[in-house]
Design a protein. Structure first.
Length: 426
């Protein structure tokens, strides 16, 4: 079987393309079920975030439907629409890619830890959908272990940076001191939680948390002395917000141009800073054309984080060495699976020979034969039967000048070591 990792991310595709192939939480299970039933696909997992959509598969080398073709078909896209933005990694490169994603080395913000949680979530969704098996299970577990090693043994996690952190830094550049500002955070996921923490640490005056479920809004708001509302109440409170940061899983915009125009009018055209981190986008694109509104998408934040990355470059080099070593370790394990059936057959053959020899020996003992003689005869017969076929094959190999087979036998049975040990005793 072959491992494949393929998809698009923030480096290969703009947000307009990424949002067309995103998988919402409500369709991931069905998508995994459909993908796993494609010809030759044995295992599958889907990672879909604002910055990437990636598919991880274990497939037959010869007999399989191109899983990349499935991605096009699932989203109703033509091949030429997505193909220019796609990357595809097989086997060793697939393993290395997953390890780099888990460790934050393939993220928009180098070393950010958020993607590890997203990868774990993708893993659990695949387990729930019944689409993950022995190979991908081992790969995910290995990636979690490697991510922990990278974070523990390098300084990749120092100087905290994330998309949420970049959004707050941008707000500081626009407003300066945040102590007189009010922020409206839409959503209650990890990105919004990070934004809330960074805003609070930077002295924000007032925070409003909006979510579809009031209970989730209240939980986050209570941590930062914020005010909780439901998403349906946003139009009532939008005019209060100097800063709006939105990151939901909605497939449709949360904020339209009309609602923002009304809020700006109520604010008497006092500027409003808005960051849309969601994919698909939460805020209609046309809002960015309005006067007194500064709208930034997740792609716009790329240029805001560069200064925070300089201290991580050397750590990233160290992390890459860990990734290379651990990727090879996983591939060694994967290769060892090929020997399992051979080892099982060899053990089965030896056990069958053992059973036959012991049965004959016991039969002679029951008939009154000398136990010591039977013990020696049984040991001799067992040895002869175990080495009969290998001895015959080695004689033929010698006659055919098959030195490779003779050398393999020496290594397999440690014959040189045995010979050396015997010579020393003599």
């Amino acid at each position: 079987m072959t491992l494949i990792a393929y998809g698009i991310n923030h480096s290969t595709a703009p947000i307009e393309v990424r949002e067309k192939v995103s998988f919402g939480n409500d369709i991931v299970s069905d998508a995994l079920s459909e993908l796993k039933h494609q010809n030759g696909v044995h295992e599958a997992a889907i990672l879909s975030t604002c910055n990437r959509t990636e598919i991880y598969c274990s497939v037959d080398q010869q007999n399989n439907l191109n899983p990349v073709e499935w991605l096009h078909n699932f989203h109703g896209m033509k091949q030429d629409q997505l193909q220019p933005f796609l990357y595809k990694h097989p086997d060793h490169n697939a393993v290395r890619h997953v390890l780099r994603v888990a460790s934050g080395l393939d993220s928009m913000i180098l070393g950010e830890p958020q993607v590890l949680g997203q990868l774990k979530d993708a893993y659990h969704k695949a387990i729930s959908a019944g689409s993950i098996g022995h190979q991908l299970n081992r790969l995910f577990q290995h990636s979690f272990h490697v991510a922990k090693e990278v974070r523990s043994n390098t300084s990749i996690g120092n100087h905290p940076v994330s998309v949420a952190y970049a959004a707050v830094r941008l707000a500081q550049q626009i407003f300066g001191d945040l102590k007189d500002q009010t922020a409206l955070l839409i959503g209650a996921g990890e990105t919004i939680e990070l934004a809330a923490r960074h805003l609070h640490e930077n002295g924000l005056n007032r925070m409003i948390i909006a979510n579809r479920t009031l209970e989730r809004s209240q939980r986050l708001a209570s941590e930062y002395s914020g005010y909780a509302i439901q998403i349906g109440d946003i139009p009532t409170h939008l005019a209060e917000a100097d800063i709006v940061i939105s990151s939901t899983a909605s497939q449709l915009p949360i904020l339209g141009k009309g609602a923002v125009e009304s809020a700006i009018k109520t604010r008497k055209h006092k500027p409003m800073f808005m960051v849309d981190i969601a994919v698909p986008r939460d805020i209609e694109v046309e809002v960015g054309d309005m006067d007194d509104v500064y709208l930034y998408s997740v792609d716009d934040l790329k240029n805001m984080v560069q200064e925070n990355l300089k201290n991580r470059q050397e750590a990233a080099k160290q992390a890459e060495k860990i990734i290379d070593t651990q990727a090879q370790e996983f591939m060694d394990w994967l290769s060892s699976l090929d020997a399992v059936s051979t080892i099982r057959a060899l053990r089965g053959q030896a056990e069958q020979i053992q059973e036959d020899v012991i049965r004959k020996g016991l039969s002679k003992l029951r008939n009154g034969a000398d136990p010591e003689a039977i013990l020696l005869e049984t040991a001799r017969n067992l040895t002869n039967k175990l080495i009969h076929v290998p001895s015959s094959k080695l004689r033929n190999a010698s006659a055919q000048n098959r030195d490779d087979l003779l050398q393999a036998a020496e290594e397999l049975y440690s014959l040189k070591e045995h010979s050396t040990h015997k010579d020393k005793k003599q």
